[in-house]
Design a protein around this ligand. Structure first.
Ligand code: HEC
Length: 470
């Protein structure tokens, strides 16, 4: 397989391994082997203990567990790529490796950053205007999650069709229409990246690349649009070559507007530098695929005129993580903020989290309801880089009912609530197909809810119905 598995789709067409020899010669020191996370930091915890935290409302304990999970996942693996130690989570199987044809488990693996447009955004914004296409996102499974999918052939659509047919034929009760539960060791992630221009590129802004960041106090944007990163008014200016004093204020352009932004250096982010033509081409190919999929202009980065070049860096902005330690999975999400010790999301990071990984803040959702908001509403947890743009911008029809536009819905969402809706078939015209509902937050949905009556539940995994293939 190839260094950037965006080539996997091409390599499937033209024969696997076209570039592998050249790659290996170029980088003889590279090793890339899937690795499990350490259990030294409290993972894998007994379900009764974790559910006990939820039962008594010990949210501090749930956060401690989510932080220690982050520490364990981001710890250095034994793999090295272009002289850089790979964090453990990055060694995991990409969704391409899990679902696309080829040997299972895949052979001759490579650093498989598979960037594809977050499907979630395409689906909720079918008109193709989703701003998330300017971010790169992909799903990764750890070994236990991937092997479970292969052993049960859940990567194949026909397995899911057979299950559906069997449940219909046997007239099974709604709550029993489900795939097998994943094993306790299963973990899945959805990382998000941003392109930082090398400072010599005329595409940079005097050496700087603008990165907007989320502030919960932003007012709803005018014009009924979603509050996505283009509408965010606060930005930092990333200075990969340290041309400016750190923290100095510089004038830059963001989404066509002149603004001022504080300078931050690249070492505030986990980053991978594009070293050669192969890597640049991979990211470019991805950009074309993104454009093609949404029928839109190339818009991978804040400035539509930016294209990847040698020397640019791809930085980690955000990451979703779920573990099957509890039946409904623990959900936690991490994202970058200039103030890593933010009083709401970053105040309690333990010293187990090391190095560059301390720049990310976190929220978690271990219940679709609790802890309640101050106004009594259900618990909210969303990642600004992945969910703020999910709200429907036009009126729509759901289960035969007319629903109003609700562009702010993503900022009230709860991970577990939406994932609990996952099933097969999804987002199809089949009656009773799984969908994201109001992208909102409607509390507990029992396993025998009529919503599930015509589908096969996929154990809260959305990527199964969305990626299962032939
Ligand atoms: C409105 C619906 C929605 C919300 C809210 C949501 N997700 Fe997802 N999530 C999805 C969809 C759809 C996918 C499949 C994306 C793909 O395959 O590219 C997904 C994929 C994932 C995956 C990969 C495993 C899987 O289920 O396929 C993880 C992990 C994940 N989300 C975690 C989270 C976390 C953590 C949150 C909350 C911070 C969250 N999600 C909020 C819809 C949602």
């Amino acid at each position: 397989m190839l260094r950037w598995s965006i080539f996997v789709s091409t390599s499937v067409l033209f024969g696997i391994g076209v570039l592998t020899d050249a790659q290996t010669k170029q980088n003889p020191g590279n090793t890339f082997v899937i690795e499990d996370i350490s259990t030294n930091l409290g993972y894998l915890r007994d379900e009764n203990i974790l559910l006990g935290f939820v039962a008594v409302g010990d949210w501090a304990a749930t956060r401690r567990h989510s932080w220690n999970l982050w520490a364990a996942m981001t710890a250095p693996s034994k793999s090295v790529w272009n002289g850089q130690r790979v964090p453990i989570w990055l060694t995991w199987y990409s969704v391409t490796e899990v679902y696309e044809p080829g040997p299972k488990p895949p052979k001759d693996r490579d650093l498989a950053l598979y960037y594809h447009r977050p499907i979630q955004a395409i689906l909720s914004n079918p008109e193709g205007k989703s701003p998330s296409s300017s971010l790169f996102a992909f799903v990764k499974y750890n070994r236990a999650a991937a092997e479970f999918v292969w052993q049960n052939k859940y990567h194949l659509r026909r397995t899911l069709d057979d299950l559906q047919a069997r449940f219909d034929k046997d007239n099974r009760p709604i709550d029993e229409r489900t795939i097998k539960p994943f094993p306790r060791q299963a973990i899945a992630t959805k990382p998000v990246f941003w392109l930082v221009k090398n400072s010599k590129s005329p595409q940079s802004q005097r050496g700087l690349t603008v990165l907007p960041y989320w502030d919960p106090k932003y007012p709803a944007p005018a014009g009924g649009v979603t509050p996505d990163h283009r509408t965010w008014t606060k930005c930092v200016a990333i200075d990969p070559d340290r041309r400016y004093p750190e923290g100095s204020v510089q004038e830059v352009v963001h989404d066509g507007r002149k603004i001022t932004a504080k300078v931050v250096y690249l070492d505030r982010f986990y980053s991978i530098t594009l070293r050669d033509k192969v890597e640049v081409a991979a990211v470019k190919t991805m950009a074309l695929q993104l454009s093609g999929s949404g029928g839109e202009q190339e818009r991978m980065i804040t400035d539509p005129n930016n294209v990847p070049e040698i020397g640019d860096a791809v930085i980690l902005l955000a990451m979703h993580v779920t573990t099957k330690e509890i039946d409904n999975w623990t959900f936690q999400t991490y994202w970058w903020l200039p103030d890593a010790n933010d009083p709401t999301f970053g105040y309690d990071r333990p010293s187990t989290v090391k190095g560059v990984w301390r720049n990310y803040v976190m929220c978690n959702a271990w219940s679709p309801e609790s802890p309640r908001l101050p106004d009594g509403g259900y618990h909210v947890c969303f990642n600004p880089y992945l969910e703020t743009d999910l709200g429907p911008t036009k009126p729509y029809v759901l289960d035969g009912k007319n629903m109003p536009a609700d562009p702010m819905a993503g900022t009230r969402s709860n991970c577990m609530n939406c994932h609990n809706r996952a099933g097969y078939p999804a987002f199809s015209s089949a009656p009773g197909s799984a969908n994201m509902g109001q992208v909102a937050n409607d509390g507990f949905r029992p396993p025998n809810d009529p919503y599930f009556s015509k589908m096969t539940k996929t154990d809260l995994f959305w990527s199964i119905p969305l990626h299962a293939g032939k």
